[in-house]
Design a protein around this ligand. Sequence first.
Ligand SMILES: O=P(O)(O)OP(=O)(O)OP(=O)(O)OC[C@H]1O[C@@H](n2cnc3c(O)ncnc32)[C@H](O)[C@@H]1O
Ligand SMILES: [Ca+2]
Length: 537
Amino acid sequence: MRKDCLSGNQKRSALGAGRILFASLASLSFSSGYQDSRLKKFFSRNGTVILGFIFILSLIVLFAVGLSQNRKTSENFKYGIVFDAGSSHTTMYIYKWSAEKVNDTGLVYEIEACKVKGPGISTYATKLQELPIYLTQCMGRAKELIPKYKHQETPIYLGATAGMRLLSLEDAKLANKILSAVTSLLSSYPFNFRGARIISGSEEGAYGWITINYLLGILKEKQYSKDPSLEKNESQETYGALDLGGASTQITFVPKTVTKNTASKLMKFRLYGKNYSVFTHSYLCYGMDQALLRKLAKDSKNAVLEAYMEPCFHPGYERTVDLHEIYNTTCAWTFKVWLPFNKIRIQGSGNFEKCLQSINELFSISYCRYTSCAFNSVSRPSVHGKFGAFSAYYYVMEFLNLTSDKVSSRDMVNEKMRTFCSTPWEVVNTTFIGVKEKYLSEYCFAGSYILKLLEYYNFTDYWNHIEFMDKINNNAEAGWTLGYMLNLTNIIPAELPPPKPFSRPTYISLMVVFSLVLAAVFILGSVLFHKSWYFWN
Ligand SMILES: O=P(O)(O)OP(=O)(O)OP(=O)(O)OC[C@H]1O[C@@H](n2cnc3c(O)ncnc32)[C@H](O)[C@@H]1O
Ligand SMILES: [Ca+2]
């Protein structure tokens, strides 16, 4: 039967092919000229197996090389540095991402947040010569953490926020002088310096919004939905962003409906193939430090014999402040009154209700030219969906143990704040050892201020929609810097990258299956040749 399977020509060509294969193997194995008939016999019996083995081995080697090659390219990392020159301090962030994966499944990671020692850069106007020392330590960290061969291609940006915004309102030349000094300093490093500038309040809000939605995987939800750990975000609405700094505060979200009143406050983006119209507003002078200064300036008029009782400080707490210090800021000058002394002694009374009442006076609600305003005659579309609150919102609520996973309603927050504010300073000071006195003494004010601010934004019945957040998914801190870098380095494309025909695991599995089939066909073929060779010999 088997004899009839091959025609005369086929028999001859099969015989020829078998002989050639055998001859080449024999010449390889017996190049020394040693012609042992037993080995010849062994080889003629096992030649096919050896051939198949070599074939499979080469396939495995090919795969291994292919896989290692792939791994090598995925490790081509890129870096970016952003300086957040805030009103209260400067932080340098270093981000790292895989050049190949970034538009697909990769994320940008924060690998360093270096806090620059000292206050915000706006205070360096009269001491420019100190800027090099100020920035040296963090720049040294950047040189250490980023491989040397990547220095030249690594972009470095500096964005200044509300402190510099205020300074430029007071003295634009002085603000420019600081920026020029920073520019020449950062350009002297081996990185790719891409500019130092004051970013607008709207940019600050918008980039903060991009950061949190990017890190939560909401912008790129289509790709992320392949990852089961991120499935909860599938087809989810974007998060709103609440940022509370030292000198300004931002609220940013996608409104449900756009009216004539809110249209001028909208920023439009196209990210991963989707259009977004984002409402954003930045309130200058409503950051925490400036709000406290304004409050102290406002209440200083109540001073009798150089002292006054402050309900937002703990009972027993005392602070002496220079009147010049609180009146001489752009934010507080409207509260300036003439007083027959230069300093005032502020004594805490720890009265939460009175503290809230006093804070109320910092918000102007008497005039609104729109249907609805938050405060200061700024239109306010209704808030909806979830919000991420970061910066001082997080620092304060985390310290007070009032983050959203611990409290579910505003009433609970009120109750906790009432108790905390009335706690004597001596107790607070001895309970929280190691916390900076400035922060510790101001948490009662800060918590009360946050409550009022959120009330004006209309979050009273929405408290459980707010998530206080710091680092998101352990990747990077919430804040405007990451969004700023993503935008300037074009990491977020306007359109979704075209889908790949196969995912990586599917591709590898298909390759393996096809190779095995190929190997099986080859072995079968060889067995056939082998048998026919025996048959004809
Ligand atoms: O955005 P701008 O307004 O320019 O200010 P900033 O960037 O310097 O502001 P931060 O978010 O760094 O800080 C906001 C406020 O929180 C204060 N702050 C920072 N760390 C804190 C902590 O651990 N506990 C309490 N308050 C903190 C800080 O002094 C500011 O008043
Ligand atoms: Ca800030």
